[in-house]
Design a protein around this ligand. Structure first.
Ligand code: 6PG
Length: 251
């Protein structure tokens, strides 16, 4: 996506609470539209700590009888990446969402598409998740899933999901999900690939905190250098890309 385009999708809010509120309201708008058009809403959650405020906002504002009856049961939750830990581990991206929001929805298990971070074989866990995506979205050979909404975070080093600086060859093998070795943490992580994110109808980065300001400035104002900043691998087309950031992170 051209540099100028990235700018037009930058939305700066006063603080992390406002980022969460606007993200939550955008989620609800897109969910209602998707469900009225096709009877379901496919939502991909990001990892890390930033989404916690979003989950808390939804737990406070989006558990009305109407939404519990007509919106959440038609919503399918997925993850863009997961740490190689059990679901009840403090580092689990699933656990953060479950404890702060999903557990309150009383949804059928079939609505929650968890990556099996506990697997002793991360490559198999990634392949199994990929197979589950192919089945859910009824994908033919070479086809990509189109998520209605994808949330992503960004680290101070410009990583997103579990796409870290430097190339990972496994990302170029036409896969939807891989187990990527993250040297920085001396561990594998499960992650969807850029092709999946870029096929989404809408991607929203949630970025807060001054420790990300310099990297965000570079990403929004310099040319593509995805070797250095994996977040620049994300440029959905024809989908939309938004950056919801707080004042501290804003360029
Ligand atoms: C993860 C994430 C990762 C995260 C960023 C931002 O599993 O850690 O997917 O990409 O979104 O590191 O993390 P914070 O929200 O904690 O700053």
């Amino acid at each position: 996506m051209k540099k100028a385009d990235l700018k037009t999708h930058l939305r700066v809010f006063a603080d992390p609470a406002e980022v969460a509120r606007h993200a939550g309201e955008e989620l609800l708008r897109r969910a209602q539209a998707a469900i009225s058009q096709k009877g379901r809403f496919t939502l991909m959650l990001s990892g890390g700590s930033t989404p916690k405020r979003l989950y808390q906002y939804l737990a406070q504002k989006a558990l009305t009888p109407e939404l519990l009856k007509s919106l959440w049961p038609q919503t399918h939750f997925f993850w863009g990446d997961e740490r190689t830990v059990p679901a009840d581990h403090a580092d689990s991206n699933y656990r953060l969402a479950w404890e702060n929001f999903l557990s309150k929805l009383k949804l059928p298990e079939a609505n929650i598409h968890r990556m099996k971070g506990e697997s002793a074989d991360p490559a198999k866990a990634a392949a199994d998740y990929e197979a589950s995506l192919r089945e859910f979205f009824k994908l033919g050979p070479g086809e990509l899933p189109r998520f209605d909404l994808v949330f992503l975070g960004m680290g101070p080093d410009g990583h997103t999901a579990s796409l870290f600086p430097g190339r990972d060859a496994s990302l170029e093998l036409g896969r939807l999900a891989v187990a990527s070795w993250v040297a920085k943490f001396n561990t594998h992580r499960l992650t969807l690939t850029p092709a999946v994110f870029n096929h989404a109808a809408c991607v929203i980065f949630l970025v807060t905190g001054e420790d990300k300001a310099e990297t965000l400035e570079q990403i929004l104002n310099c040319g593509p250098s995805s070797e250095r900043y994996p977040a620049q691998l994300i440029h959905p087309s024809p989908g939309e890309l938004f950056w919801f950031v707080d004042q501290s992170a804003a360029p």
